[in-house]
Design a binder for this molecule. Structure first.
Ligand SMILES: [Zn+2]
Length: 480
């Protein structure tokens, strides 16, 4: 089946139709998490957008095959494991399990393959050897190996960096400092493929032809994508902050070693801002799933918020937008219930509609489907869902026709990964203790006629997604 799906390609700076080059399976690779702590909403936005991509490919009949790695060895994982007095394996496994649990809660489909860097050391060593043989890499006196950027002429073609900008690997395309290690390299542009063992690495080193050490971070994605997808594949995805240097380095390593084109399509999602500000530890806005659940929001509402907008536009995540997601989901459920009642279908039966056999006729939800095909324009899709209901209402369709319309809708909701009628999730949520405490403090302030303080606390509650409803003798809290 031909797919109408079009996506922007960072390499060619153009919107291109998406297709599986072998006509059978659409093979794609996503840079996965570094497992040294809980993933935050910025990380999850990337994984959610990739999940919407995968689901849309599936509904389009493109038979996606999805590989996403786990970085379980790097400076941060080693350092944090040691601080906690744990082995690297024990430490990273804890955070892998947490990542999997969060992903499942957010209804992110597990990749078909999820290779770990530490399980693919020999493949990474082989790749370094190939690069050395082709004079694209050199070992230094301390046993580290570097990629020789000056020997690889197309370097910078993805991010289109000027030569002087490639002079430093210290800044990422997000303008942040890259924690490149200080080793003796020929040029500051050269990046480490293999890092020689240092005392602070503890027990975390492997034998190699250049002595004990560990792979550089960029290397694993080249080695593992090749192991699971071959020398070239259909699409490579990641956050825009990975475009340079990480993806640029992946291209140099892979194409340098094989002499063949690497990924055929480059897919990057834009940054996430929180309440109009950059995410930063110091601002306390690097929310995890757990943080937002404590504020009373469900994973479905969090998912709806994080996939909203256009993936190539920065998303401004706000607590208020979670409240808006809650309203939107409730509205869809209400509109859907009305139609289900008309045809005598249960909510459960709707959630069990088999979406893999859709006819490709989207009926009143054509605009919603077109949104997804139009570079995963989720705003167009959610708008199209509401518009679809409105136009559906205007027609007096028979039961079978309504059923077909709702099957089309089920397919679109599957592509968005939005699960409706989830038991418990649409029920009133428990009020977190921290919220009750603020509300109580406000009540006391009000009793003491400290209106300014009471107003401030009311605002604080509303920022956290709660509305206070005063009664004569107390108050109620309502989740926004
Ligand atoms: Zn990667």
């Amino acid at each position: 089946m031909a797919s109408p799906l079009k996506l922007y390609d960072t390499m060619t700076r153009s919107v291109l139709p998406v297709k599986a080059v072998d006509g059978k399976q659409f093979r794609f690779y996503c840079c996965g998490p570094t497992v040294y702590g809980p993933a935050h909403i910025g990380n999850f936005r990337a994984f959610l957008v990739q999940d919407v991509l995968r689901r849309t490919l599936q509904i389009s009949g493109l038979n996606p095959y999805h590989v996403r790695n786990i970085t379980d060895v790097d400076d941060k994982t080693i350092r944090t494991a040691q601080e906690e007095g744990k082995s690297l394996k024990e430490f990273t496994q804890y955070w892998i399990d947490k990542f999997h649990a969060d992903s499942e809660a957010l209804n992110i489909l597990p990749p078909h393959q999820e290779p770990k860097a530490t399980d693919h050391i020999s493949q990474q060593i082989d790749l370094v050897q190939k690069l050395i043989k082709q004079d694209l890499a050199y070992s230094s006196s301390d046993g580290s190996v570097y990629f020789k950027v000056s020997a690889y002429e197309p370097y910078g073609k993805l991010s289109r960096l000027k030569d002087r900008e490639t002079e430093t690997q210290f800044l990422t395309s997000a303008g942040e400092h890259n924690d490149a290690d200080e080793y003796d390299r020929e040029s500051v542009a050269d990046f480490a493929l293999w890092k020689s063992r240092k005392p602070e690495d503890g027990e975390n080193f492997w034998a190699s032809p250049w002595g004990e050490g560990r792979p550089g971070w960029h290397l694993e994605c080249s080695a593992m994508s090749q192991a699971y997808l071959g020398e070239n594949f259909d699409l490579h995805a990641g956050g825009i902050d990975l475009c340079f240097p990480h993806h640029e380095n992946e291209i140099a390593q892979s194409e340098g070693a094989t002499g063949k084109p690497f990924a055929r399509h480059w897919f990057h999602n834009a940054h996430l801002q929180v309440e109009g500000e950059k995410m930063a530890k110091s601002l306390g806005n690097m929310y995890t799933l757990e943080d937002l659940e404590k504020k009373g929001f469900s994973p479905t509402e969090i998912r709806y918020t994080l996939i909203s907008g256009h993936y190539r536009q920065p998303l401004n995540f706000t607590i208020a937008s979670l409240g808006a997601a809650r309203s939107a989901i409730k509205k869809i459920e209400k509109l859907l219930r009305g139609n289900l009642e008309k045809i005598g279908m249960t909510e459960k039966a709707f959630t069990q509609i088999n979406v893999t056999h859709l006819s490709g006729n989207w009926g009143h939800f054509t605009r919603a489907w077109d949104g997804l095909c139009n570079e995963l324009n989720v705003s167009q899709t959610t708008g199209g869902i509401f518009a679809g209901f409105v136009s559906l209402e205007k027609e007096n369709l028979d039961s079978d026709s309504i059923k077909n319309e709702l099957s089309a809708l089920a397919g679109i909701l599957y592509a968005l990964g939005i699960q409706l009628f989830k038991a418990g999730e649409s029920e009133p949520v428990e009020i977190p203790e921290s919220i009750s405490a603020i509300a109580e403090e406000r009540w006391q302030a009000k009793q003491a006629r400290d209106w300014e303080k009471a107003d401030g606390l009311r605002r604080e509650l509303s920022e956290q997604g709660w509305q206070i409803l005063d009664r004569k003798d107390g108050f109620d809290l309502k989740s926004l």
